[in-house]
Ligand binder design. Structure first.
Ligand SMILES: [Zn+2]
Length: 377
């Protein structure tokens, strides 16, 4: 199977699946989704390419097991980040144990594992049903996963009992990951000539108070009891803008920040933080108008170490539990009622120019998944 996994990964890497929302080098996922779907079709496993819109596509396949209503959901995202600064991003290069190329680690290797499992179980009795899923757009707004949750998962004969998302976890069982929310405040003042500030309302000065309050909240978060795998919640200002010229009293300014959310933190808590920033601005001099809102939210994810998760841990050679600081599509599956975890190979350079996945680890993941599935017999 090692050679087959290398071959699948080589072909997956060769097809440009850079997320077109992130880079002008990008290409929508139809070509790679069709490639994946062809693999299942050739194995005689029912498969579909789902168009989200245009050429943004997911691929799915369903293998019926001896216990057809017991369904394991497996998932990988087809899109990768950009290729800026890479010399030969779409050509898999093997250097010892390292397989270099864009998407090898994050997370076409996980997609190759699913393809390998399909090849193995097509002529081998499979104790449970396997839902193979490959989605678009994880690196941007997860339109692929949203589409899957809305249109494909409800069409399955039963709700999957577990979701395994093969993101790179260094073979740890990723039972928790942070969520995130984006916030925006816009401060409106009044423009005036720079020499006559008394005739205007400066919209930039109050940003200092807003930033100070955010820093204070961040410090408070750092004082809270840390999550055993994820540490502390954090926030950071990511964008700041305002004004029209050096000699003009600025009429508008805007500040956007991101809040990384721990499992168990409530929306109420986030709302209170937002209110604190608004009050800090309102308490500054001047008759400003403040508009503030949460613009986007992705939930955190955490599942208990139940029998199932322990079974996977055992199948994976008694590896360790871990939490992932990054957000992943698994949170959307959990939110839809399918407890979902992350489990994938070791490597290096997700979103970097020197991305590689360990071949030994890729094979380990495949073997671990196979053991986990066969163990339901
Ligand atoms: Zn990923």
């Amino acid at each position: 199977m090692q050679d087959q996994l290398i071959q699948y990964l080589t072909e997956l890497v060769r097809i440009n699946s850079v997320n077109p929302d992130l880079s002008t080098d990008g290409q929508e996922e139809r070509e790679i989704a069709e490639y994946v779907s062809r693999h299942f079709h050739q194995l005689g496993i029912p498969t579909q390419v789902h168009t989200i819109h245009g050429d943004r596509c997911n691929a799915t396949a369903f293998l019926k097991g001896a216990n057809p209503g017991k369904i394991l959901l497996m998932n990988g995202h087809l899109d990768t980040v950009g290729i800026e600064g890479m010399t030969d991003p779409f050509n898999l290069r093997k250097d010892g144990d390292k397989l270099y190329g864009r998407g090898t680690y994050d997370m076409l290797a996980g997609c190759a594992v699913q393809m390998g499992l399909a090849a193995y179980f097509k002529d081998q009795p499979c104790p449970i049903s396997l839902a193979f899923t490959f989605v678009a757009d994880e690196e941007s707004l997860s339109m692929g996963m949203e589409h899957l949750v809305e249109h494909y998962l409800p069409s399955l004969p039963a709700q999957p009992f577990l979701g395994i998302f093969m993101e790179p976890t260094e073979e740890s069982i990723g039972i928790s990951n942070k969520g995130y929310a984006w916030f925006e405040i816009e401060i409106e003042g009044l423009a005036a000539h720079g020499s006559r500030p008394e005739q205007g309302i400066n919209a930039i000065f109050p940003l200092a108070a807003a930033l100070q309050e955010l820093e204070l909240i961040n410090q408070e978060l750092a004082q809270e009891k840390p999550h055993p795998y994820l540490g502390h919640a954090t926030l950071h200002p990511g964008l700041i803008s305002g004004g029209t010229g050096q000699s003009v009293i600025a009429a508008i300014s805007k500040l956007n920040w991101e809040r990384r959310i721990l499992p168990g933190e409530s929306q109420d808590k986030l709302d209170r933080e937002l209110k604190r920033v608004i009050s800090a601005i309102e308490n500054t001099n001047g008759d400003h108008k403040v508009k503030a809102r949460q613009t986007f939210n992705r939930p955190p994810n955490e599942i208990p170490k139940n029998d199932l998760v322990q079974k996977l841990k055992k199948a994976a050679g008694n590896t360790n539990y871990d939490g992932m600081s990054y957000w992943a599509d698994s949170a959307l599956a959990s939110q839809a009622g399918i407890p979902s975890i992350l489990f994938g190979p070791a490597g290096h350079g997700a979103h970097a120019v020197d991305e590689w996945v360990s071949l030994a680890s890729l094979v380990n993941c495949y073997e671990s998944m196979k053991r986990f599935i066969l163990d339901f017999d």
